[in-house]
Design a protein around this ligand. Structure first.
Ligand SMILES: [Zn+2]
Length: 250
C-alpha cells in the first residue's frame, strides 16, 4: 500500500510540493502502523512493523529512515551531545535525520548533496571540495563513494578537509572478495548487473575500500554491527577512518 500511495502522489503532485509536505504525509500514513512491536530510534515512533523495501531494507513508516540511518544515529551519539564542539560535515543526509541534527547541533552541522534539489546547506562536488584543509572533525559519507568515478580524488579530498585526529565514517554496499570495477561498463543495465545499482560505478569489498582509504593516509577500522530486530537493523559494517597525528607527521 505504501508504494501504491507513493506512486499516486508522485503522479499527482509536483516534487517540490511533496518534499514540503513530506513529514506531514508520513506522519498521517504512520498512524496505520501504530503499535509496539518495533521502534524507530530517530523519530521515536513505535509501530506494528517497518515497511519492507525490495532491497530488503526496513523503512520507518513515520520518518522514512533506513536501517543505515538508524544505525548512524546510534554511532553519532558521542559526537552530538549539547557540549560537543565538533564540526560535522554530512554528505547526502536523509531529510528527517538532517532536520534532527540541525536542531541538535545547529552551529556545528553542515550538510551537502551534489543534487541541488535536496535542500542541503552545500552542493559540493566531493572530488573538489571548496573548503579549507582540516576544516571538519567528523565527516559522514554513507552510500556516496560507489557513485563517484574518481573515488581516489574524493578520498584525497576527504582526507584533506579532516582535522588532525578527526574521523570519517564511510559506508557503501559491500561485496565479498575483491572490489569490482571496470571503467568500460557504462550502461545502466550493465552497472545494475555488475555493481548492483544502475548509477553505481563499482562495488567495493571491505578490504578493497579500506585499502584505498589507507593509501590516502587514514587508519581504518572496519566496525561490524550486529542486527537488532526491534530497531529494524541488519548486520552491517561501517569503516571508521581516523587521521592520526602520528600519520600526519610521519
Ligand atoms: Zn522513524
Amino acid at each position: 500500500m505504501y508504494f501504491f500511495f507513493k506512486k499516486l502522489l508522485i503522479r499527482l503532485f509536483p516534487e517540490k510540493f511533496l518534499i514540503r509536505i513530506e513529514f506531514s504525509l508520513r506522519f498521517f500514513y504512520s498512524l496505520l502502523y501504530l503499535g509496539s512491536a518495533v521502534r524507530c530510534n530517530i523519530c521515536g515512533g513505535r509501530f506494528t512493523g517497518f515497511i519492507p523495501l525490495v532491497s530488503g531494507d526496513l523503512l520507518c513508516p513515520r520518518c522514512g529512515s533506513l536501517p543505515r540511518q538508524r544505525r548512524l544515529w546510534i554511532i553519532l551519539q558521542p559526537f552530538i551531545h549539547p557540549e560537543s564542539r565538533i564540526n560535522i560535515l554530512h554528505f547526502s543526509p536523509s531529510r528527517f535525520l538532517q532536520k534532527k541534527l540541525q536542531h541538535r547541533i545547529p552551529l556545528y552541522y553542515t550538510t551537502s548533496d551534489y543534487d541541488r534539489k535536496s535542500g542541503t546547506d552545500k552542493h559540493f562536488d566531493i572530488t573538489h571540495i571548496p573548503e579549507p584543509d582540516e576544516r571538519y572533525g567528523l565527516i559522514i559519507c554513507f552510500h556516496v563513494l560507489e557513485h563517484i568515478p574518481d573515488d581516489w580524488q574524493a578520498i584525497g579530498e576527504l582526507y584533506r578537509i579532516t582535522k588532525p585526529e578527526g574521523r570519517v565514517f564511510i559506508q557503501t554496499p559491500f561485496t565479498e572478495g575483491k572490489l569490482v570495477e571496470d571503467k568500460t561498463i557504462t550502461t545502466a543495465a550493465y552497472r545494475l548487473h555488475y555493481f548492483g545499482q544502475e548509477d553505481h560505478v563499482r562495488i567495493y569489498s571491505i578490504e578493497g575500500l579500506a585499502g584505498r582509504l589507507k593509501e590516502a593516509g587514514f587508519s581504518v577500522q572496519a566496525e561490524q554491527y550486529s542486527a537488532d530486530l526491534s530497531l529494524g537493523l541488519k548486520e552491517e559494517t561501517v569503516l571508521i577512518c581516523s587521521k592520526t597525528k602520528s600519520q600526519i607527521f610521519s
